[in-house]
Design a protein around this ligand. Structure first.
Ligand SMILES: *Cc1c(COP(=O)(O)O)cnc(C)c1O
Length: 247
């Protein structure tokens, strides 16, 4: 069974363009990330050949193996961590990733802040929790603001914006509400900490990226709509919520 990855990239690109036109936005405002977790290196290479430059991975170990030497071969590659980061993997994460999108606790900010070096500053997105059905992300706005303060105190961490995973549901209104809450928090951060750049809104996955674009997303994280189902058994291929928290 082979998946047409370049066809997938093209199809997603067209849907992004259509969503941008619908919502009066410029296509260049929305970056497309290929979420290559549980996919092979060959699949990631096929996506690169189809024009993908930004990749998302959920596990440090898997990404380290898959992307070994990748950047040297394929210049312009950018790699983001989108899954939960355990403290004991923070060091490896800092040397591998350009940005950690799933920063959801102060302890992790402290740890990353100690490990990041000035020659290679680490981008950070603060993750907001979307409600009961999701496990990750700052739950309370106040806690996220305190996290932002801690982040700004770390010279080698670069705030870039916010990330959210919408609830795993077919209810478009609930999904839209989650994305709107992220935009609201972004507005408050910009008022409170105007010295920093909070412009990145990482929201939208295969099942909901068009809604996300309508609500202001600047980065969509797309796995299955590009690569097809993930190479794992059973429930893991459902992905959206389970994938990030696998051991
Ligand atoms: C797996 C994952 C994605 C991609 O999910 P798809 O539904 O396959 O597009 C996006 N974001 C995060 C945080 C993920 O864990």
């Amino acid at each position: 069974m082979s998946v047409d990855i370049s066809g997938g990239v093209a199809a997603v690109g067209e849907r992004i363009t259509a969503a941008c036109i619908r919502s009066g936005r410029k296509t260049e405002e929305v970056r497309l990330m290929g979420v290559s977790k549980f996919q092979s290196r060959e699949a990631a290479e096929a996506a690169w050949n189809a024009g993908i430059r930004l990749f998302g991975e959920s596990r440090v170990q898997e990404a380290t193996e898959k992307f070994e030497g990748f950047r040297e071969e394929k210049p312009g590659t950018e790699l983001h961590l989108i899954g939960t980061l355990q403290r004991n993997k923070a060091k490896a994460a800092v040397s591998l990733f350009d940005c950690v999108e799933s920063v959801d606790r102060d302890e992790l900010i402290e740890e990353l802040g100690k490990l990041a070096v000035s020659q290679r500053p680490l981008g950070v997105l603060l993750e907001l929790n979307a409600g009961e059905s999701s496990k990750s992300g700052y739950r309370a706005e106040g806690d996220l603001f305190r996290g932002a303060e801690k982040l700004l105190a770390r010279p080698n961490l670069v705030p870039r914006g916010l990330m959210i995973m919408a609830p795993y549901t077919d209810d478009a209104a609930l999904i839209r509400r989650a994305f709107r809450s992220l935009v609201q928090v972004q507005g408050k951060l910009e008022t409170r900490f105007p010295e920093a750049d909070w412009s990145c809104l990482s929201m939208g996955m295969s099942g909901d990226f068009e809604i996300a674009i309508e609500e202001g997303s600047t980065l969509v994280r797309i796995g299955t709509a590009i690569f097809g189902e993930r190479r794992t058994g059973g429930s893991l291929t459902k992905g959206s919520l389970t994938g990030a928290s696998l051991p």
